[in-house]
Design a protein around this ligand. Structure first.
Ligand SMILES: [Zn+2]
Length: 144
């Protein structure tokens, strides 16, 4: 996967990405590179600024593009609980905060609302789990 250097993504590719003309694998490759590279994100902003016509279509393009790589609702739930592996968590953070996928943000807000309602109910259960965890800790670090 290290052939996916940000430098391998040229301006034409970024333009195609913004215009939503890349195949799903291409979009995913660009998104991955954007996630890893602040300089590539800056280049994307430059390309975006150069394209007045893009501004008109950006919301729709971003929405369609974002949905190609949307996490599932279950994954979003794990994201809220901070229970994902860090790389996947970073990707979702990028998807939600940089791509600002409206679909997933709405989903996440919904899950947060549910979580707030459920947290009171699960407070006693999580106390039990903590007790279980601390007992497990006595048995060995692997179990934590
Ligand atoms: Zn999404």
């Amino acid at each position: 996967m290290h052939s996916d250097e940000p430098t391998a993504i040229d301006e034409a590719t970024l333009r195609d990405y913004l215009a939503d003309r890349l195949p799903p694998e291409g979009s995913a490759r660009v998104e991955k590179a954007l996630r890893d590279s602040a300089s590539l994100r800056a280049r994307l902003e430059d390309v975006r600024d150069d394209r007045e016509d893009f501004q008109l279509h950006s919301l729709g393009a971003i929405w369609r593009r974002a949905r190609l790589t949307c996490p599932t609702r279950q994954q979003l739930g794990s994201y809220l609980l901070d229970a994902l592996d860090p790389e996947l968590g970073d990707y979702f953070r990028f998807h939600l905060e940089v791509v600002e996928c409206p679909f997933c943000r709405a989903n996440l807000a919904d899950l947060e609302a549910q979580g707030a309602a459920a947290s009171a109910a699960s407070a006693s259960r999580s106390r039990q789990q903590r007790i279980l965890k601390s007992s497990a800790h006595l048995l060995g670090d692997d179990a934590v």
